[in-house]
Design a protein around this ligand. Structure first.
Ligand code: FS2
Ligand code: SF4
Length: 540
C-alpha cells in the first residue's frame, strides 16, 4: 500500500505498511481501486461526450464512492468491495453507449473477486506516476476532488445538486489520467478545482441554510443530563434531523460530538427538547470519550478512529459513506429515509452518559450572523479595539505539534479575534479568551465546509472597507489541515485570491518540492514556526 493523502501520513512521506489512521493494506488498496473505477467512468463520460443530466445514479454513486475513500470515513473492506462492483457495473453499462475506441485502462480492466481486485490495485496506486511533480499535482487535484465530493454528497442529501460540479469532477478525473498534460496545465486544473470547490461549498451552504435557517449565536451545554443517550458524529445534518425526529418523546437524548457541534447553531434544531448538548472534543478524542459516554454512537461521515474494544465497536453505528467492520451499518431506503430504531433501542438499555466536563461553548457566527453584527465589528476595527482577525479554520488531529494552536490562541494579543470553522476549534474553544466590547474573541462559523462563510465574511469586509484586494484587510490565515476536505477548502481560498496562508502543523507530504515552490511563489503559502515568531510575523 501507499497512501499520503492526510496530514498524519507516516514520516510525512507515506503510509506503506498500515495507515497511521488504522487503515490496513487491503482497505487501502480497495480504496485506490474504487477511485480508479471512478476515473474510468469519467474517461467514458468525457470521451463519449455523454449527457450527465441523464446519469443521475452514476453521478450520485461516483460522489459517494469518492467520499468513502476520505481519511477515516470507511474501514470496511466488504463495503468497499461491494461499492467497486456497483461502480464496475455502471462503468460497463456506460461503455455500451459510446463508440470511443481509445479508452483508458481504468475504463476497461476486469476483475472477478477480491483477489483479482487486490492484484489490480497493486498496479494502479499513487506511485505508478513516476514523475514526482506530476504525481504531486495529480494527487493534489484528486484529494481536492474527494473533499468536493463529500460536500456535494451532503448537499445532495439535503436535496440540492449542481450538474456543473459533477461535470467538473469527470473532466478533472479524466485529465489526471492523461499523460500528455503539462505541469502548467495541471497547475491550472488545480486552481480550477478550487473554483468548483467554492461552488460546492456554496451549494452546501445553500442546502443547509434553506432547510435549517441561518446559524445564530448559540450557547451549547457541554455537561450531561440524566437520561439514556445517543452520540451523533460526522457532518450530515439530514441524518441528525431524522435521528431527532425518531428519538422525540422516547426519553432518549441526543448529543453531538466533534464536527456535529455546529448543528446546535441552526434555528431548526432548537425545537427538539431532547437535543441535549455537545459531548467531548474533536474526532480523535473519541478514544477516551466513547467509553464514558456509555450509549450508542452514530457516525454519519468521517472521522472514525478504530475502537480499542469490542464493547465500544458494538456501540458504533455507521450510515452513508461511513463504515467500520463489525459495526452496524444503517442504509437509507429509496426515499432517503433511515430507520434508526436499533440505535434508539440500544440507548434505552444502556446507562446515561458520565459527565466529563461542564460549562458551555458559544458559536453560530456564520455569514448572516456576522453581517448582523457588522456595524459593531466595523466600529471596533475603526476604533482600533480590534487590530486583526485570525482565520484559524480547519481540522484537528492527534499530533503533539498541534498544541501549537492552543498556545497560539492563548498568546495572541487581546485586541485580536479568531475566526474559526471545522474541528480545529477544539484546540481553543473552551479557553477563557474573553470578548472585545461584547464580540467574543473566538467566532465559530460552523463545520469545516463553513470556511465558506469565513470567505464570504472577508469579501463583505472588503466591500465595507472599500479596499481593492481582500489581502489588504487586517486578516491573517493560520490554518490547520488534516484530511481531504481541508484540501478543497485550501484550494477554494487560493481560487478566491487569498494569499499568505500559513498551513500546519506540517505542509502536505504529497507536495513535491517543485509543487510546494509554485504554491510559495504564487500564493505565499508557508508552514508554521514557533508561536512567538509567528505572532510577531502576523502582527507586523
Ligand atoms: Fe475534522 Fe474530521 Fe470536518 Fe475533517 S472531524 S478532520 O473530517 O471534515 O474537519
Ligand atoms: Fe496514512 Fe492518512 Fe492514508 Fe491513513 S489516510 S493511510 S494515515 S496517509
Amino acid at each position: 500500500m501507499f497512501c499520503y493523502q492526510c496530514q498524519e501520513t507516516a514520516r510525512n512521506t507515506g503510509c506503506t505498511v498500515k495507515g497511521v489512521c488504522g487503515k490496513n493494506e487491503e482497505v487501502a488498496k480497495l480504496q485506490d481501486l474504487l477511485i480508479y473505477v471512478c476515473k474510468g467512468i469519467s474517461d467514458i463520460i468525457v470521451k463519449g461526450k455523454l449527457d450527465i443530466s441523464e446519469l443521475r445514479d452514476v453521478n450520485h454513486e461516483v460522489i459517494k464512492s469518492m467520499f468513502i475513500t476520505i481519511t477515516n470515513a470507511n474501514f470496511d473492506a466488504e463495503a468497499i468491495e461491494k461499492q467497486i462492483l456497483i461502480m464496475i457495473s455502471f462503468r460497463n453499462k456506460l461503455k455500451q453507449n459510446v463508440s470511443v475506441t481509445k479508452l483508458h485502462d481504468s475504463a476497461q480492466f476486469s476483475i472477478t473477486d477480491r483477489e483479482s481486485m487486490l492484484e489490480k490495485a497493486a498496479e494502479i496506486g499513487v506511485l505508478q506516476t513516476a514523475d514526482q511533480d506530476v504525481r504531486s499535482l495529480r494527487e493534489l487535484i484528486t484529494y481536492g476532488l474527494k473533499g468536493m465530493a463529500a460536500y456535494t454528497h451532503h448537499a445532495l442529501n439535503a436535496g440540492k445538486e449542481n450538474l456543473y460540479i459533477y461535470g467538473f469532477i469527470y473532466e478533472a478525473f479524466s485529465s489526471v489520467l492523461d499523460n500528455s498534460l503539462t505541469i502548467d496545465q495541471l497547475v491550472a486544473l488545480t486552481l480550477k478545482t478550487g473554483q468548483f470547490g467554492v461552488a460546492a461549498m456554496a451549494l452546501l451552504d445553500e442546502a443547509n441554510t434553506s432547510k435549517y435557517g441561518n446559524p445564530e449565536i448559540t450557547t451549547v451545554d457541554i455537561g450531561v443530563r440524566n437520561n439514556p443517550a445517543i452520540l451523533i458524529s460526522g457532518h450530515d445534518l439530514m441524518d441528525l434531523e431524522q435521528l431527532l425526529e425518531q428519538t422525540r418523546g422516547t426519553g432518549v437524548d441526543v448529543y453531538t460530538h466533534s464536527e456535529m457541534l455546529p448543528a446546535h447553531y441552526y434555528p431548526f434544531f432548537k425545537k427538539y427538547d431532547n437535543f441535549a448538548g455537545n459531548y467531548g472534543g474533536s474526532w480523535w478524542r473519541q478514544v477516551d470519550e466513547f467509553g464514558p459516554f456509555g450509549g450508542p454512537i452514530l457516525f454519519t461521515t468521517n472521522c472514525i478512529v478504530p475502537p480499542r474494544s469490542e464493547e465500544i465497536r458494538d456501540r458504533i453505528f455507521t450510515t452513508g459513506a461511513a463504515g467500520y467492520p463489525g459495526s452496524n451499518h444503517i442504509e437509507a431506503d429509496a426515499d432517503g429515509n433511515k430507520d434508526f430504531s436499533p440505535i434508539i433501542e440500544m440507548a434505552k438499555k444502556l446507562p446515561s452518559p458520565t459527565e466529563i466536563e461542564t460549562g458551555t461553548i458559544t458559536g453560530g457566527f456564520a455569514h448572516e450572523q456576522v453581517f448582523a453584527l457588522s456595524d459593531k465589528v466595523v466600529e471596533a476595527v475603526k476604533s482600533g479595539a480590534i487590530k486583526k482577525f485570525f482565520v484559524m479554520a480547519g481540522c484537528d488531529g492527534r499530533m503533539k505539534s498541534r498544541e501549537y494552536y492552543t498556545e497560539f490562541a492563548e498568546k495572541l494579543p487581546k485586541d485580536t479575534v479568531i475566526l474559526t470553522a471545522g474541528c480545529a476549534k477544539y484546540r481553543y474553544n473552551k479557553l477563557p479568551l474573553g470578548d472585545i466590547g461584547g464580540i467574543p474573541r473566538v467566532l465559530d462559523a460552523g463545520q469545516c465546509n463553513d470556511s465558506y462563510s469565513l470567505a464570504v465574511i472577508a469579501l463583505k469586509l472588503k466591500e465595507i472597507f472599500g479596499v481593492d484586494d481582500v489581502n489588504q484587510l487586517p486578516i491573517a490565515y493560520n490554518i490547520a489541515w488534516y484530511e481531504q476536505k481541508a484540501v478543497i477548502v485550501l484550494l477554494a481560498l487560493l481560487y478566491l485570491g487569498i494569499k499568505n496562508i500559513h498551513l500546519g502543523p506540517t505542509l502536505p507530504g504529497f507536495l513535491s518540492p517543485n509543487v510546494a515552490k509554485v504554491l510559495v511563489e504564487n500564493f505565499g503559502i508557508a508552514g508554521i514556526g514557533t508561536v512567538e515568531d509567528d505572532i510577531r510575523l502576523f502582527m507586523a
